[in-house]
Design a protein around this ligand. Structure first.
Ligand SMILES: Nc1ncnc2c1ncn2[C@@H]1O[C@H](COP(=O)(O)OP(=O)(O)O)[C@@H](O)[C@H]1O
Ligand SMILES: [Mg+2]
Length: 287
C-alpha cells in the first residue's frame, strides 16, 4: 500500500522559497510575494527558485549553453558545487571557454575550476543511451563532491533517435533531481520546424510538461525594412530574446526581453522588448 498525507504533514517537507543566482537579470525576473501590513508585495527572488528544475529551450545557436554555463560559473564562484553533464560538445572545450568568461564576469576562476564537476557523455554511447548508467555516475559525483546544482546540456541529446521514450527519460531525470535535492537546468533543443517562441522541444512537449518551468531563447534575423524600422537594428543583424514561459514554483515576469551575447560569450539581458522598441522609436523621433 502507498500512503497518503494530510496537507499539514507536508509542512516539514515544504522547501523554502529563495533564489539561486544565475549571474543574469533572470534573477530579478522571478518573484516572491510577501505580506507587508495588509498589502502583498512582489519582491525579486534573486535567482531561479531553489530546487527548481528549469528547462532552457531554443533552436540551435540561441545561447542555451552559454546561459547554462553562466549559471554554473556564478554558482561555482559563490562556493557551490555544480555538476555539468555535457551531452553534445566534448568536455575539453569547456575549460578555456569557462576560464575566459569567468574573467569577464569577475568570477574567481580558482573557485570555478574546483567547484564545477564535469561528466562527459558526449564521447560515451553508454552514458548517452543508458539513463541508468548516467544517473549512477551522476549520483556518485553528487554525493562525493557535495553538489547542489546540476545542469544537463542537453536532455534532448539523451533520447536522440528514440523520441517515443522522451517522456519516460525526462521524467526519470527529473525525479533524479528531486531525489538528490538539486536545483538545475535541463537544456532542450528545438527543431527549426517547431514554433521558435514555444516551449516545445524535440520529443514534443515532454520536457516542458514535466519540469518546473521553461525559459525560451530565440533569435530573429533583421531582414526587412520593416524590421529595421521596428527594432532600430541594421539589416542582417540578429535580435536575441529571452522569456520565462511558465514556472510552477514562483511567480515570474512573463514578458519577452532582449538580450545580447558579448564577444566572449557572456549573456546580458537588456530590456523588455516593448521598452526596447519604445526607446528606439523615441531616439528616432529626436533625430
Ligand atoms: N565563447 C564564445 N564567445 C563568443 N561568442 C560565443 C561563444 N560561444 C558562443 N558564442 C555565440 O553565442 C551563440 C550561442 O551559443 P550557444 O550557447 O552555444 O548556443 P546553443 O547552446 O543555444 O546552441 C553562438 O552562435 C555564438 O554566436
Ligand atoms: Mg548548446
Amino acid at each position: 500500500m502507498y500512503r497518503y498525507y494530510e496537507l499539514r504533514e507536508l509542512e516539514s517537507k515544504a522547501p523554502k522559497l529563495f533564489g539561486i543566482p544565475t549571474g543574469t537579470k533572470l534573477d530579478e525576473m522571478f518573484f516572491k510575494v510577501e505580506k507587508e501590513g495588509d498589502r502583498y508585495i512582489k519582491k525579486p527572488l534573486g535567482g531561479v527558485p531553489h530546487l527548481a528544475v528549469m528547462n532552457i529551450t531554443g533552436v540551435p545557436d540561441t545561447g542555451k549553453s552559454l546561459l547554462a554555463e553562466q549559471f554554473a560559473i556564478t554558482q561555482a564562484s559563490a562556493g557551490y558545487r555544480v555538476l555539468y553533464v555535457t551531452v553534445e560538445s566534448p568536455a575539453n572545450f569547456l575549460y578555456t571557454a569557462m576560464k575566459q568568461r569567468s574573467e569577464v564576469l569577475g568570477a574567481d576562476f580558482s573557485k570555478v575550476e574546483s567547484n564545477i564537476v564535469v561528466i562527459d557523455a558526449s564521447e560515451s554511447d553508454e552514458l548517452r543511451e543508458n539513463p541508468k548508467a548516467l544517473m549512477e555516475t551522476m549520483a556518485y559525483a553528487i554525493k562525493e563532491k557535495k553538489v547542489t546544482n546540476t545542469i544537463i546540456d542537453s536532455i534532448t541529446g539523451l533520447y536522440e533517435h528514440k523520441e517515443v521514450m522522451a517522456r519516460q527519460i525526462v521524467r526519470q531525470f527529473y525525479n533524479f533531481m528531486k531525489r538528490h535535492r538539486q536545483t538545475g537546468i535541463f537544456v532542450s533543443q528545438k527543431r527549426s520546424a517547431q514554433a521558435s517562441e514555444s516551449a516545445e522541444a524535440a520529443g514534443g512537449l515532454a520536457v516542458a510538461h514535466i519540469v518546473d518551468g521553461t525559459i525560451v531563447l530565440d533569435k530573429k534575423l533583421i531582414e526587412s525594412r520593416w524590421d529595421v524600422k521596428l527594432y532600430g537594428l541594421p539589416i542582417g543583424s540578429v535580435l536575441r530574446t529571452i522569456r520565462i514561459d511558465g514556472c510552477r514554483i514562483a511567480p515570474h515576469d512573463s514578458r519577452m526581453w532582449v538580450f545580447e551575447i558579448s564577444e566572449v560569450g557572456t549573456i546580458e539581458i537588456i530590456a523588455p522588448l516593448s521598452e526596447f522598441i519604445k526607446k528606439r522609436a523615441k531616439e528616432e523621433d529626436e533625430e
